[in-house]
Design a binder for this molecule. Structure first.
Ligand code: GLY
Length: 392
């Protein structure tokens, strides 16, 4: 699609090879990979990293988030999670940044008998897919994580489901991209025709709908941040994903003492935080880990995941616009899907690699005649960051 090596990164002097619309994790990762291959890259975003990656917990959870009826998505999640150790190591090597990548694994737990029955059904499905899920009875479960409430009836270990801190990840990706020569243009893009480049990559989260006509909708998530007392680390090490009296909750511990508690999943587009959501998340979290009632509540926040009709990402050329590549619709999986998305989109930009098989289920042309007209980019405005702002 393009491929002339860069000789300068001064965008005002020469047309860039690649314009990335959206300065979230996906956008900066694409920019990094493309710039590292010698392409002149600009990233357009008025407020990079301020979208939902700022809200996201950062779970890298292809196992715990392998849901019924999503086999192709699960395969992509697994592929990307497998790239994460190398991706994290390379990013840290290039930038020196600590991105909060942790590998203690994830415990999935059920509070009541009914919760455990629901959870076990999913674990059995995940095991059928060959995913590494190890059921644990209450005693070995509590040996692994003594802070769990005595009432917790049982659980399972997803040892390969890791975590990263998105608030550290995005600045590190930006630094890597800028060191490789990418340049930020801190202005919104209102229509794709305003962008001049060999190839344009749309990684603009919910804003991608207005730019491309593709069916990307906001899915609201409310998230809390707690802090362990006295500046110490949280009293648990694993990511905990709980079934709690019919509610689903996750708790993500960070070395800094922070615990991220999430998340609601709401078909809404506002960013209000409701008392009811805070109550439900905290009640479920405290039911699982009573000690967190003593933690400080330091932040309540809402973000918008970019959802699609089949809840899978949209990756590949925009029909009718071969020089426009779409990398959006990552919904609940943006952070885990960052490495594979960056690699696949970069392969498409450069015309290298063999991405067809992985991309096939996720191509934009699977959506026939969406509202707004597929392949008919329309004008849009972006009140917030234009990042591809899904999260894990
Ligand atoms: N993947 C976690 C969330 O979307 O809340």
């Amino acid at each position: 699609m393009t491929g002339r090596p860069a000789t300068t990164n001064v965008v005002s002097q020469r047309r860039p090879d690649v314009a990335v619309v959206g300065g979230g994790p996906i956008g900066w990762a694409v920019a990094w990979r493309c710039a590292a291959r010698g392409l002149r890259v600009v990233v357009h975003d008025p407020a990079p990293g301020s979208g939902a990656s700022h809200v996201a917990a950062g779970m890298l959870a292809p196992v715990a988030e392998a849901y019924f009826g999503e086999r192709e998505l699960t395969a992509l999640l697994t592929e990307s999670a497998g790239r994460w150790p190398g991706f994290a190591a390379e990013l840290t090597e290039v930038t020196g940044a600590d991105i909060g990548y942790r590998t203690e694994g994830t415990l999935m737990v059920g509070l009541t008998v009914d919760d455990l029955a629901e959870a076990r059904r999913l674990w059995a499905y995940q095991q059928e897919l060959g995913l590494p899920v190890t059921p644990l009875r209450p005693s070995p479960l509590r040996d692994r994580e003594p802070a769990l409430a005595p009432r917790v009836r049982g659980g399972a270990l997803a040892a390969t489901d890791h975590q990263v801190d998105p608030r550290r990840l995005v600045p590190a990706l930006r630094l890597a991209a800028e060191r490789a020569g990418a340049v930020l243009v801190a202005e919104p893009v209102r229509r794709l025709s305003d962008v001049t480049a060999g190839a344009t990559v749309v990684a603009a989260g919910c804003g991608s709908a207005a730019l491309t006509g593709l069916p990307v909708r906001p899915v609201k998530g409310q998230v809390l941040r707690l802090r362990a007392p006295d500046g110490g680390p949280p009293g648990f090490r694993h990511v905990i994903r709980g079934y709690v009296d019919g509610e689903h909750v996750y708790l993500v511990p960070r070395d800094s003492g922070e615990v991220v508690v999430g998340a609601t999943v709401e078909e809404r587009s506002d960013l209000d935080v409701s008392a009811g959501a805070v109550l439900r998340l905290l009640r479920a979290a405290v039911d699982l880990l009573p000690e967190i009632a003593e933690y400080d509540l330091v932040e309540t926040l809402a973000g918008l995941r970019p959802g699609t009709p089949d809840n899978a990402p949209i990756l590949g050329p925009l029909p009718g616009h071969p020089d426009v590549l779409v990398a959006t619709g990552h919904h609940r999986h943006g952070i885990v899907l960052t490495p594979v998305t960056a690699d696949l989109i970069t392969d498409l930009v450069t015309g290298e690699g063999n991405s067809d098989t992985l991309l096939a289920p996720f191509r934009p042309d699977r959506f026939a005649d969406p509202p707004g007209g597929l392949g008919a980019p329309v004008a849009g405005t972006f009140p917030h960051s234009t990042e591809e702002n899904s999260w894990n």
